[in-house]
Write a protein of this length. Structure first.
Length: 294
């Protein structure tokens, strides 16, 4: 299979899985706090990757520092900023601002790493996709409540994910994607420990004997262990900017899942937002190709 096609398929797989994780998270929120859910899922994911790749080797301090940065940005800061943002502002605000990650990735890639030029086509496509995200998230509501602290935290979550993606380049080829992802989770868990103390983390082994165990297994094994390995490889194959552009599709998957799994009503507004997202993602990637005249 063509490596570029493989990269796009891997990212699409991740987006499809991450788009339905809200169902499992919503169930678990009845028994666990957001920080506890985040920590538990990554402990499980780390243990799975330890089984799949049991070899441990200490790298040079500079390399370990890179793993530390990946774990801090891609696990700890991303999830903590997002979870704490939900305590200060509306969920729709958080969803919209976190979805700025693809545009932030492109901006950082242009001005910081010089990985890719920030084209007008990409910016316009991203703005159209963001408009679609806003329509889906707010679902036609004209009430927009701004909270500077909460909205800033949500934006910082998107920035943390953008920085994570930009740091990934060539790391997987050098160490292998199982090892890379395992180290990301290790440092992510390590840097999350202070948050556990301040949020009064509770160890609940009974969770694994309850009906919620399946949801945690899905979040830990599939959405974390499998998807992070797939995402890390995809970023190396097609680049951080193109991979991140698929994040705009997550609200579309979430919208469909809400209709199928939770029985929520599919509205014209939701369909319009989904159409904006799909058109924006396509335009950012391919531009507007009109048929030539004869």
């Amino acid at each position: 299979m063509n490596s570029k096609l493989a990269g796009h398929l891997l990212v699409l797989f991740c987006v499809l899985v991450w788009g339905v994780t809200f169902v499992s998270t919503k169930v678990l929120l009845g028994v666990r706090s957001p920080v506890e859910i985040a920590f538990d899922r990554f402990v499980l994911a780390f243990l799975v990757l330890c089984v799949l790749h049991p070899r441990f080797a200490w790298q040079a301090p500079r390399e370990e520092l890179r793993f530390f940065g990946l774990g801090l940005c891609g696990v700890t800061l991303y999830f903590l900023f997002e979870n704490f943002a939900l305590q200060y502002t509306q969920a729709s605000n958080v969803g919209l601002l976190v979805s700025s990650a693809p545009l932030l990735t492109a901006i950082f890639a242009h001005y910081i790493t010089h990985e890719q030029k920030l084209s007008r086509q990409f910016v316009l496509g991203s703005l159209l996709a963001l408009l679609g995200v806003a329509v889906v998230m707010f679902n036609g509501s004209v009430v927009l409540k701004l909270n500077p602290l909460g909205d800033l935290l949500a934006l910082l979550a998107g920035a943390a994910w953008a920085l994570y993606c930009l740091q990934l380049r060539k790391m997987g080829d050098k160490y292998g994607y199982l090892y890379l992802t395992r180290q990301v989770f290790f440092y992510g868990l390590l840097t999350m420990l202070p948050a556990l103390y301040f949020t009064h983390y509770r160890l609940d082994l009974g969770l694994w004997l309850s009906a919620s165990a399946g949801n945690m297994l899905f979040l830990g094994v599939v959405a974390s262990a499998v998807c992070y390995v797939a995402w890390n490889k995809a970023v190396n194959l097609i680049g951080s900017v193109k991979a991140s552009n698929y994040i705009y599709l997550i609200p579309v998957v979430t919208l469909i899942t809400a209709v199928l799994a939770l029985g929520e009503r599919l509205t014209l507004i939701g369909l319009t937002g989904a159409a904006f997202i799909l058109c924006g993602v396509y335009y950012a990637e391919h531009g507007l190709k009109l048929p030539s005249g004869q």
